[in-house]
Structure formats: structure tokens, C-alpha cells
Design a protein around this ligand. Sequence first.
Ligand code: CO
Ligand code: CO
Length: 304
Amino acid sequence: MGLDTSDDAAVYRLTDGIAIVQTIDFFTPIVDDPYTFGQIAAANALSDIYAMGARPILALNIVCFPNCLSTEVLGLILKGGADKVFEAGAVLAGGHSINDDEPKYGLSVTGVVHPEKAFSNAKAMPGDRLLLTKPLGTGIISTAMKASMATEGVVQNAVAVMIELNASAAKAMVEMGASACTDITGFGLLGHSLEMAEASGVSFNLETDHIPILPGVRELAAMGMVPGGAYRNRKHVQGKIKFKTGSDPDNHMAIFDPQTSGGLLISVKLEKEKELISQIDSYGGKAWSIGTVLSRQDYVIKMV
Ligand code: CO
Ligand code: CO
């Protein structure tokens, strides 16, 4: 797909009809429960395949694990990952592990797609609507979890979002067609929106009140439970974003919050928007309509 537009995975054409899509992702535990951690890490790794409109077929484990933890813990992490790969309809074909001080887990995933049908983040078109398929705030909630400041209900909501595959949204998007797609991960909604808008040569108007945010996130952010990455993300996009006059950007840390296993950001033609949302819904997913694509303005993103 080229190196200059930050797509989610590499695409390699095998024949006129088949390209393979290749990605890898792994990280340190963000929850205490090993089985849940395995599920989150796998859903996160599979997401880059879905963002390309591809179908995952094969996955390999990548594992770093310390001697001081029991192999039972490792077994549960791997079980979580294997269950997600199975749910995705792909095959877990093995992997590699090394000894390391801090546990880390993830997957390398291979997917397949028709070479002409791989979704890029560089084709958002003026007039399109922007859909987001998961609420924001997992970074803020993870930070609060480490400080024992998040209630059980808040944590459960965040975990449910992080272990959810982006499969339903991807399936609906592939069937109905869309202009562009990416997934929201470490750079947060605004960072990945900026990548998509710049790669596509367009501007985005994002509708502050329509952006879904997990319960508890605003309160936790106001208490200072904000990961360092959110401030780095905000700094990175500074100067390219216009805020509503009178609004305090400190109130909107969720839009900069680095997401783990975040949702897809889909750019779709206005006339297909409603149908795509209900199709995603019918496959068991969810999508929120959060903004509009415009021809390039004197800003890249405006919060309206
Ligand atoms: Co991605
Ligand atoms: Co990735």
C-alpha cells in the first residue's frame, strides 16, 4: 500500500485475485487476569487485518515470559488468544516464546483480501460520513485501574470493548463498500483521524457531542487519570486541530487517549451511511456517526 500513508498492515499480491495482508502486534499486560489479557492482545492484533477489509486466516503467538511466573498463567494467556483466533475463524499455527523480565503477548496475523479491495486509510472522500465502531477511553480506564481508582463496572465495560473483535464492522464494510478505514489504537481518535485526513488530502469535522465515550472516562480524566500517551498525542496534533471557541481542550482528553484494541474509523458515502450502521448492528456490532469529510480547509480537523 506504500509506506507514506501509515496503513495498518502490509499487503502483498500473490495472484490477480489474492493478496496476503500481514501484521504483528504485542504488548505488556493491561489487566491482571491472564485469560482476559490474552483475549485483548489477540483482538488488538487481529484488528489491523479487519481495518484493511481482509479476512484473518493464520496467526502465530509471540510470547515473552519470566521464569518467576507459573506456566499456568502462560497457559491462560495463550488460551485467551487462541479463543479469539478461533472466534475470528482463523487458525493458530504455533509461535515463539523467549524468557523476559516482563510478560508480553501478541500475534502475528496473516489475512487474505482481493488486491483491489484492500481498504486504505488514504481514500476518504469529501462528502463522506465518518463512523466509529467502539467508544473511547480504554487508556484512561487502564491508567485508573493501575491506581485502583476505577470501579468494577467501569472496568467491565472497558474490558468488554477491548476483547470485542472488529469482525462485524469489517464484514459489513466489505459487503457494502466504504471509502477508507483504519483502526483507533495508540495515537488516539485524533491521531488516527489526522493520519487518515492527511493521507486522503481532506479535512474532517468531528462532532464532539456524537463521539462515544465509555462510562466513567470523563470523571476519571478530570481526576487526572490520564496516560502520558494522551498528552503526547495531543502535542503531536497541535496546530492542525481547531477547537470550538470557548471549549477547554482539557475537557476532551478522551479524543487523545491511546486506545488498546480500539474500534474502526470508517469513511463512507453519505447515502450508504445509515444502511452500513444497521448492517453492522445486524452482525452484532455497533457504529456511531461522528463526523463529515470535507475538501481540504485551512485546518485538518475541526471539532464542531
Ligand atoms: Co492499526
Ligand atoms: Co497495529
